[in-house]
Write a protein that binds this ligand. Structure first.
Ligand code: NAP
Ligand code: F7E
Length: 342
């Protein structure tokens, strides 16, 4: 980790999406670097609040919602951040098909609300913003052939309400950069996973089920399509890239990816293999309820710009990611069940 020893004592950072996977990794990273970390949390009784307070007692929580501009102004005024990481979103692609209007309001217009909170409080010159853009803005092979991987210049063709909302967020962020000279960098991040990933996403759904199947706690897992391919990295590596984007002298767009793509079938093979099950097929049932009206067939990213300009490198490879997640879930499920794992 370049600059791993750099301390920035007392610099203030505001993270939206503090209760999510990336929020947790980033809070940890910024705290280790000496930042004062603030986190935006929504709802009058957020079920994840207690866990955040327990795991990250150093984070100052501020109540607010991406759909409530007044709350964002208050959050920016209270935290007075040098760096604002906008990670909050409705982030599940399948859910976005079922709730497209809400997704547009939160994942799309919510970005505008965050940028406006920085602008109207007079912080254009003092607050750097990170916007969480996504590989879901690219459409997959039928629309946009990636060659050696999608990069910052590739065409966009989003295939879900989530992807469309994120593309609005991406372009409004660039617009504020160009219109007001605001330091807004967009990280176009490919899938990143880990032991903090929500169980609604396919990787964690699989590793959680593999652990329970191995321990005899559930008979099988139900999934949707198994042929799509994704460029899967480790979330801990990717938050380091977010931070580097805001340390770079100029605001810009950067792809973070591994440069490898694997199918869900390959993920299943490694995950079941990690617990000694060679053939996963008897344990996997397909259920159309988990299929989407439109699918992104293959995502493959080209991280050359982030590697060359930011010096960013991912450390965890695909087999390392899968075994890390399975090991974690096996230990956790064994603990819950009161079983010893040999
Ligand atoms: P995540 O685990 O789903 O977390 C999403 C966060 O957004 C949660 O903290 C959630 O809080 C918050 N949120 C949802 N609606 C909100 C609202 N109306 N107001 C304020 N907060 C709200 O997502 P993640 O995996 O950490 O991803 C972080 C960001 O990167 C997201 O913007 C995602 O779209 C983007 N991204 C993720 C990936 C990936 O592979 N993980 C790849 C590319 C881009 P609650 O606890 O209140 O629900
Ligand atoms: O699906 C297929 C599904 O939901 C991956 C988000 O973080 O990364 C994520 O979006 C693939 C898709 O992630 C199930 O159809 C099969 O082809 O884990 P996922 P995602 O849709 O790629 C991007 C970069 C983001 O920005 C998003 O915020 O797996 N799949 N069966 C399934 N997916 C789920 N969730 N559940 C299944 O049972």
């Amino acid at each position: 980790m370049i600059d791993g020893g750099t301390m920035v004592d007392g610099r203030r950072a505001l993270i939206t999406g503090i209760t999510g996977q990336d929020g947790a990794h980033l809070a940890e990273l910024l705290h280790a670097k000496g930042y004062d970390v603030y986190g935006l949390i929504r709802g009058q009784n957020n079920p994840r609040r207690e866990a955040v307070e327990r795991e990250f007692p150093f984070v100052t929580l501020i109540e607010g919602d991406l759909t409530d501009p007044t709350s964002l102004v208050r959050a920016v005024e209270t935290s007075d951040p040098a760096e604002l990481y906008n990670l909050a979103a409705i982030s599940h692609v399948g859910y976005s098909f079922k709730n497209p209007t809400l997704t547009a309001d939160v994942t799309g217009k919510g970005v505008l609300n965050v940028l406006e909170a920085v602008r109207v409080t007079g912080r254009v010159e003092q607050t750097k913003v990170y916007q969480a853009s996504t590989s879901e803005m690219f459409g997959g092979l039928d629309y946009n052939r990636p060659g050696d991987g999608y990069d910052e210049e590739s065409l966009f063709h989003p295939r879900s309400p989530y992807g469309v909302a994120k593309l609005y967020g991406h372009w409004i962020a660039k617009n504020y950069r160009e219109s007001y000279g605001m330091f807004v960098s967009c990280g176009i991040l490919f899938n990143h996973e880990g032991e903090r990933r929500g169980q609604e996403f396919v990787t964690r759904k699989i590793t959680h089920a593999v652990a329970r199947i191995k321990l005899g706690l559930q008979p099988h897992i139900e999934l949707g399509d198994l042929w799509p391919k994704r460029d899967w990295g480790y979330a801990g590596d990717y938050v380091e890239g977010m931070w580097r984007m805001l340390q770079h002298p100029e605001a810009d767009d950067f792809v973070l990816a591994t440069g490898e793509t694997h199918s869900i079938e390959e993920f299943l093979t490694l995950a079941f293999g990690a617990v000694g099950i060679d053939d996963w097929r008897p344990y996997v049932k397909q259920n159309p309820a988990f299929m989407r009206p439109a699918e992104v067939d293959i995502l493959l990213g080209n991280p050359a710009k982030a590697e060359n300009v930011l010096g960013w490198r991912r450390a965890v490879d695909f087999p390392g990611l899968v075994s890390r997640m399975v090991d974690h879930d096996l230990a956790e499920q064994a603990r819950i069940a009161g079983t010893n794992v040999a």
